[in-house]
Design a protein around this ligand. Structure first.
Ligand code: SAM
Length: 278
């Protein structure tokens, strides 16, 4: 997969070189190009924003700068700064690099030969685990980082000629710029690329994968500060452990995010667990 990020703060994307993403870069699974938007600014001050039509506070990012930048990135005529992995990882296999990974079926939809353009914005569709799962199958994703009051809407409308465009929000709050949203979205996508997390079960059992929040996890020691690990986890009975984990996931979801249960297929046993937790 290739990720290109267009931003006025290239250094903000440095975390993409670290940990598992750095390992993916090192393995050749991932390439990240970071592009300084000001490289496409034409005036002497390299300005990328202007006052909004219709008045109001703040500034809006200019179409004459964003348009050519996205044209060039789509055409592949600019490499940007290609990020290098921060650490050598290849000689350090993870403890869970043991299970085989396989590609999943994925339908990229209309115009699937066009790259995907992700435009983070609080006014976008909420980004979900299902999006991360789907987009982990993409070959080329471009991110456009807004600042100030955002990007002139015509940039997004025009980009639809060269990209499949998705305007997405990472939550119901407002950040200063799109860079942090890109870090969130990119990390969620890249960890799902086959081969990045060695053990596919690691993410197949994560929160949201089955529509539920994941229940609690425990490690050694068995008793810590007087608090004991639930005995069922030592039973050696896998069916019992699986049932306990499902029950915990159901009860946590009911307590914290009850609306998620509307989209989960519940067995009579699941329903009984939920009724007992009310
Ligand atoms: N005026 C915009 C609005 O009210 O919808 C907010 C602009 S915000 C200050 C500047 C940039 O931060 C946005 O263009 C976007 O790139 C990013 N941003 C802020 N909040 C975000 C969120 N919840 N999800 C994704 N991106 C966000």
């Amino acid at each position: 997969m290739r990720l290109d990020v267009v931003t006025i703060f290239p250094e903000y994307l440095d975390p993409l070189r670290h940990a598992l993403l750095g390992k993916a870069i090192e393995q050749g699974i991932l390439t990240v190009g970071v592009h300084d938007l000001r490289g496409w600014a034409t005036d002497v001050h390299k300005s990328v924003d202007d006052s909004p039509y219709g008045g109001g506070p703040g500034m809006v990012m200019k179409p004459e700068v964003w348009g050519p930048a996205l044209d060039d990135v789509a055409a592949g005529t600019t490499e940007g700064q290609v990020l290098e992995s921060s650490l050598p990882h290849l000689d350090k296999p993870r403890h869970d690099d043991v299970e085989g990974v396989t590609a999943r079926a994925y339908d990229a939809g209309e115009d699937s030969d066009l790259p995907l353009l992700i435009v983070p914005t609080p006014a976008g569709k909420p980004f979900t685990q299902a999006d991360a799962q789907a987009w982990s199958n993409e070959e080329h994703i471009v991110f456009a980082c807004g600042r100030y009051e955002g990007i002139d809407q015509r940039v997004v409308d025009d980009a639809a000629q060269r990209y499949r465009v998705r305007e997405v929000s990472i939550g119901d709050y407002v950040l200063i710029g799109g860079e942090v949203a890109v870090l969130v979205i990119a990390e969620a996508i890249v960890r799902l690329i086959p081969g990045v997390l060695g053990n596919r079960r690691s993410h197949e059992e994560d929160s949201f994968s089955d529509g539920l929040l994941e229940g609690p996890s425990y490690t050694k020691p068995r008793v810590w500060r007087g608090l004991e690990v639930p005995p069922v986890l030592f039973s050696g009975n896998h069916a019992l452990v699986d049932r306990w984990r499902r029950d915990q996931a159901l009860l946590r979801t009911q307590a914290v995010r009850p609306e998620l249960l509307n989209h989960v297929a519940l067995t009579p046993q699941d329903q009984a667990v939920l009724d007992s937790g009310r």
